[in-house]
Design a protein around this ligand. Structure first.
Ligand SMILES: *Cc1c(COP(=O)(O)O)cnc(C)c1O
Length: 408
């Protein structure tokens, strides 16, 4: 038997079944017309943003970094809940605009922006988080060609990283951002060229659960902002402090203490020098906002035994939930939180492995989990599916195609 990750708070049983947004899993599957499907909970998303705002200093704006979940109805909902959107491609930019996000509230990061993506962003007045000197030069030239002033922030590659982070995105040689020591010269170049300098974007990592690690990273980020400000001789209008807030996926993971993070950030803001009084600060979060609000539902199509071990074979798999199979940025495969959705209040009775329908041994959704007895036709629920699920999985692998998605 292998442990499973913690089921996120807020999921309850109705009539013995897992319910999302007050609707049972089997009713959701009927409504969707077929399985597999991703279900995202409006209540969960609202509550998450409300709790976060209550914990963070008022001065801090909250942005949604949409790469974890670009489902259009979810974007529309998030547009009413957060202060800004961070996109990382021209495709995400179009999705944000289609969801009604005002261009002035969008910033666009990511290496390798093509000229046509820069043109679109500049003509709309979207802030570009520039990843290199070369990108700044292309943006300036495009601004001249279009006759519009580019809004340019500089993404800084800090010399530190986020400790305990699942994915390090700062510190040392990186494809992201401009090394901190070259930033003052680049900002001066932006200002001299007549572009609008919007400030800094400093992103040091992702998926941290330790409040002290985030507090330390934010303190280092603010110290770097102070240092850059004095080297430039002018304060930034905006500072994006990055994100990195993680969610518990695996056995033993504890939720991040956002109360501690918010209190420390409030104190750090109070201690800032007067020159930064008018600077706007934001954080950009993806999975923390949406990850636990999503559940992946897949139906059991076969139950078989091999060498004494029980396998539940489902109509889903890694082509929708790559991360749960352990093949998306994890070194050791561990079990995501999982349940038999239509037996949510039944005590565990047997040890089973849950696999997908793909012809590869990688397609394992849960390994030797202790669960209620399940049969063909029952529904498996994989939690923590609201981020890096549908959009981060190879849906076309083996000709399977995408899962359905719904916001309830
Ligand atoms: C991926 C990414 C995010 C979102 O990360 P999460 O772990 O989903 O919060 C935010 N900002 C940048 C620059 C990113 O690359």
């Amino acid at each position: 038997m292998k442990a499973i990750g913690p089921i996120p708070a807020g999921y309850k049983a109705i009539d013995g079944e897992l319910a999302i947004g007050g609707v049972t899993a089997s009713a959701l599957a009927r409504q969707a017309g077929d399985t597999p499907l991703f279900v995202y909970s409006t209540d969960h998303l609202r509550q998450r943003v409300a709790d976060l705002r209550a914990a963070m200093p008022q001065r801090l704006a909250i942005h949604y970094a949409m790469k974890g979940n670009p489902f259009p109805p979810l974007l529309t909902l998030m547009n009413g809940l957060v202060d800004g959107f961070d996109v990382a491609s021209g495709g995400e930019l179009e999705l944000a605009l289609a969801a009604g996000v005002d261009a002035s509230r969008i910033s666009f990061a990511g290496p390798g922006k093509r000229d046509r993506e820069l043109e679109r962003a500049i003509s709309l007045g979207v802030t570009l988080n520039c990843e290199s000197e070369g990108e700044v030069e292309r943006a300036i030239a495009i601004g001249v060609k279009l006759g519009s002033t580019p809004q340019l922030a500089v993404r800084v590659n800090p010399s530190f990283d986020l400790k305990g982070s699942g994915m390090k995105m700062g510190g040392g040689a990186k494809q992201f951002g401009v090394d901190a020591e070259r930033v003052p010269a680049l900002v001066k170049r932006i200002v001299a060229a007549g572009a609008q300098w919007r400030g800094f974007h400093i992103y040091a990592g992702s998926q941290a659960l330790c409040a002290d690690a985030i507090i330390a990273m934010q303190a280092q980020t603010l110290a770097l902002v102070e240092q850059l400000t004095s080297a430039i001789g002018e304060p930034p209008r905006h500072v994006n402090l990055g994100g990195g807030f993680g969610i518990p996926y695996f056995p033993g993971d504890e939720p991040l203490d956002i109360g501690a993070v918010g209190a420390a950030l409030g104190e750090a803001f109070d201690a800032l020098p007067a020159v930064l009084t008018d600077t706007h600060f934001c954080i950009e979060l993806g999975r923390y906002l949406v990850g636990e609000a999503g559940v992946y539902l897949t139906r059991i199509v076969d139950r078989k035994i091999s060498h004494g071990e029980i396998f539940l074979v489902t109509d889903g798999g890694l082509h929708h939930q790559l991360a749960a199979s352990g093949n998306f940025g994890t070194v050791i495969r561990r079990n995501y939180p999982v349940t038999i959705a239509n037996k949510f209040d039944v005590a565990p009775q047997e040890v089973v492995s849950i696999v997908g329908c793909l012809c590869t041994p990688l397609d394992k959704l849960s390994d030797q989990a202790h669960l209620p007895r399940a049969d063909v036709g029952d529904l498996v629920a994989i939690f923590c599916a609201g981020a890096y699920g549908a959009s981060a999985s190879p849906a076309n692998f083996l000709g399977q195609g995408p899962a359905r998605e719904m916001l309830v």
